[in-house]
Design a protein around this ligand. Structure first.
Ligand SMILES: Cc1cc2nc3c(=O)[nH]c(=O)nc-3n(C[C@H](O)[C@H](O)[C@H](O)COP(=O)(O)OP(=O)(O)OC[C@H]3O[C@@H](n4cnc5c(N)ncnc54)[C@H](O)[C@@H]3O)c2cc1C
Length: 483
């Protein structure tokens, strides 16, 4: 016998739950969520023990339920800034949401340890249990929702692209807390946020800086978390920072100049003042954390690791000798999935199908909630599509500039619709709209900042078009590489 539902959701991670949460509030539809994992919350169930959100808890999760308590941290790397939920807190948040809101509504059923069978958009779907192998067909009255568009890859479950000789201990960061004691040396591989977290964790727990080797295939530009805080208390840094960023976008003569000005404005930072970063994955750190990271002198910049044996590590551009008493920490899962980038060309809304793309850069849960609101409130896909140009995770500054333009165009389209603009400003997942809406008419200094931001938006878009067109011809790429 077939199961029946209005919406069948492939995946039950953060994006699926942010979408269903809004749809539960704004429609009377019924939902079936299916996930290969044993619990709701997606990759957060397999996160390493010391992971924290990169962004304040205040604007992560789903629209209807607060995450955290809007506290300001008084200790640690994040002191003075809004709290960052731990991975355990995030997973627990999603577990509670499923139990107390979704299942309690009587309109949601969840199939864990199961996979969706059937190509999204095909119209023929079934759920197969990963334990029994039993398959149940599903009749979908409205749409299949593909909530796997971020293609999140994590070290615990990814397939390594390098080999390790017998006897070498190479572990995902999930095992670091348990296995770290007793090693003479640690080698952390990767340049993204997971590697940064692993290096920071080792230092914070007493590993001497010279016991740590950091393999950096490329250097990353890092975002300054102090400039990514919602609320009027942080207005000057955060909204003022965006205004400054748009002014930089509007006037920079080259991509290199843009990067340098972002650095001078305190929005971007780098690990080493003498090394030009070529990667931008939007990893976020504080100045205190950066100071710690800079204590690591032993950085290997010879490309990606290819093979590790007891006495040496082979990389793309050379070899380094290694101490046999080294624990290797694999942080090389690629945040950016090329399949995801290719899929970004596919529309969010199609007949019988919704793809939960990111509509605002690096804000997957806000984006999924917004797509839910558009599905719930708009008449047809022709009206929805102009509001939904997909963005994707970025790999380089050039990628970042490209998706910034999409971001700005989406925001302009949303702002033009008063109902939508108001919904966004009231949504807890919107990092800055609510803060801007709190500025009163007589608050002249903050009004001046908002005026600067608005004045710079059009010229920023125009100049980014010019800069990225130059890149397409390879001119700017050559400049950046030479630097
Ligand atoms: C360490 C780390 C920190 C992060 N910090 C932040 C942050 O601070 N802020 C932020 O906005 N984002 C952050 N992110 C990005 C994060 O990936 C997103 O916020 C979000 O959790 C992604 O959710 P998702 O639902 O798209 O993907 P996932 O969590 O990957 O969920 C997708 C689910 O789909 C399931 N699935 C796939 N195929 C099938 C199938 N055929 N049948 C059934 N199920 C299937 C998978 O099992 C998976 O559980 C972070 C990511 C990582 C790795």
């Amino acid at each position: 016998m077939s199961l029946q539902t209005d919406y069948l959701v492939k995946g039950c991670g953060a994006t699926a739950m942010a979408f269903v949460d809004v749809m539960l509030q704004e429609t009377d539809a019924r939902f079936i969520l299916v996930d290969r994992r044993a619990a709701p919350g997606g990759h957060w169930n397999d996160a390493y023990p010391f992971v924290r959100l990169h962004q304040p808890s205040a604007c992560y999760g789903v629209a209807s339920r607060a995450l955290g308590h809007d506290r300001t941290d008084s200790t640690g790397f994040n002191q003075g800034l809004l709290e960052l939920a731990s991975g355990l807190e995030v997973a627990d948040y999603f577990h509670q949401l499923m139990r107390d809101t979704f299942l309690a509504s009587g309109r949601v059923s969840f199939h864990p340890l199961s996979e969706l069978v059937g190509e999204p958009g095909s119209g023929t779907y079934a759920i197969r249990s990963l334990l029994s192998g039993a398959t149940q067909p599903v009749e979908v009255r409205r749409r299949l929702v593909d909530a796997t568009m971020t293609h999140t890859s994590i070290p615990l479950t990814h397939t390594r692209k390098f080999t390790v000789a017998d006897g070498v201990s190479c572990v995902p960061p999930n095992d670091l807390t348990r296995l770290a004691p007793g090693w003479k040396r640690y080698t952390v591989m990767g340049a993204g946020k997971t590697a940064i977290d692993s290096v920071s964790w080792l230092l914070a727990h007493g590993a001497p800086p010279d016991s740590i080797t950091w393999v950096l295939p490329r250097d990353p530009w890092l975002s300054n978390r102090a400039q990514m805080q919602p609320g009027l208390d942080h207005f000057d840094q955060s909204i003022g920072g965006i205004a400054r960023q748009y002014e930089i976008f509007a006037t920079a003569g080259s991509v290199r100049e843009l990067c340098l000005q972002m650095e001078a404005a305190g929005r971007w930072m780098r690990l080493d003042p003498d090394v030009w970063p070529t990667m931008y994955h939007a990893a976020t750190v504080t100045r205190l954390e950066l100071e710690q990271l800079r204590r690591i002198g032993n950085k290997v910049r010879l490309g990606r690791v290819q093979h590790i044996d007891m006495h040496r590590m082979r990389l793309e551009r050379g070899e380094v000798a290694c101490d046999p008493e080294t624990l290797y920490v694999d942080c090389t899962a690629r945040a950016l999935d090329h399949a995801a980038q290719a899929a970004a060309g596919q529309p969010v809304f199609e007949d019988g199908l919704i793809r939960l793309h990111m509509l605002r850069i690096y804000q997957p849960t806000f984006s999924a909630a917004l797509i839910g609101h558009l599905e719930a409130t708009m008449a047809d896909d022709a009206a929805r599509r102009p509001l939904c140009q997909p963005t994707h995770m970025t790999d380089t500054v050039e990628d970042y500039l490209q998706v910034q333009m999409v971001n700005m165009r989406n925001q302009a389209a949303w702002n033009a619709l008063p109902e939508l603009r108001n919904w966004i400003r009231a949504c807890r997942l919107d990092m800055f709209g609510r803060t801007m809406a709190q500025v009163t008419a007589d608050d002249a200094p903050r009004r001046e900042v908002l005026g600067r931001l608005m004045a710079a938006t059009g010229p920023a878009l125009q100049n980014l078009q010019r800069l990225t067109a130059g890149l397409a011809e390879g001119r700017e790429a050559a400049t950046a590489t030479a630097a």
